[in-house]
Design a protein around this ligand. Sequence first.
Ligand code: Q0N
Length: 287
Amino acid sequence: MSDTALHLGSGKVRELYALDDERLLLVASDRISTFDVVLPTEIPDKGRVLTGLSGFWFAQTRDLVPNHLLALRSDGRSSECRRLEMLPIECVVRGYLAGSGWKDYRATGEVCGHRLPDGLVESQQLPEPLFTPATKAQTGHDENIDRAAAVELVGEQRFDEVERVSLELYRTVSEQAAARGIILADTKLEFGVDERGRLVLADEAFTPDSSRFWPADEYAPGGPQPSFDKQFVRDYCETLGWDKAYPGPELPADVVAGTRARYVEAFERLTGIAFDRYVDEPGVVLA
Ligand code: Q0N
């Protein structure tokens, strides 16, 4: 870390520092959250896996939309980024009916104002991917919003642009993941605007923390799907009868090792790059 960087804020598992007026440092820790609670036990290399995957997808999608990544640091968990004016919406794309999308559909037959056919089941693939924006809640949960509410926040032109770009990104990345046996069920993107008013993809992108990845060979619509990365942790927590309130439980060594292996497997399957090569030279994901 640069010794003089100013700490700007913390997410549940990431830290943000200002390097200077134009640049930020985004640091991904090895912390893991489940059922919205950060656990006291870390997953070694999780932060490197997420930083490497984000860098890989930024490089793979740079011709679709510019992104904020300037450099990956040699620790593999820190990225230097362009400082942007962030848009006040979460740009979610859903190809499958899971999470709050499933909840909203079951209650109303709609997701973010998109009317869906009757009779869809949990985790079913949608007729086409949907742009389903949400507000950025400072605390608590993001709230799904319809087109009109999102237009109020970013304007009509910018809305149309982030909708088009988000759907293009989802199609590109989900095709590449499908070719490697992984379903990208949904994903959350964040965009900013640079000094010349251009849209720039920011934050992390297409990581297991910002997306639902499902192993394609276990896909079975009609119920919730096992998560690629956190399923061991969730299964273990369910055996404890924990009330899912803070503080969460410590994880035993076998759950830590199994979960680390799943994160590394996700990295290697999605990128086609050996994780050890990334640790050696983070820049390999950008080539
Ligand atoms: C920014 N967040 C929300 C780290 C992630 N390129 C940027 N320019 C200006 N601001 C931001 C970015 C980015 N990325 C993004 N907050 C500020 C996500 N944070 C939450 C805290 O942990």
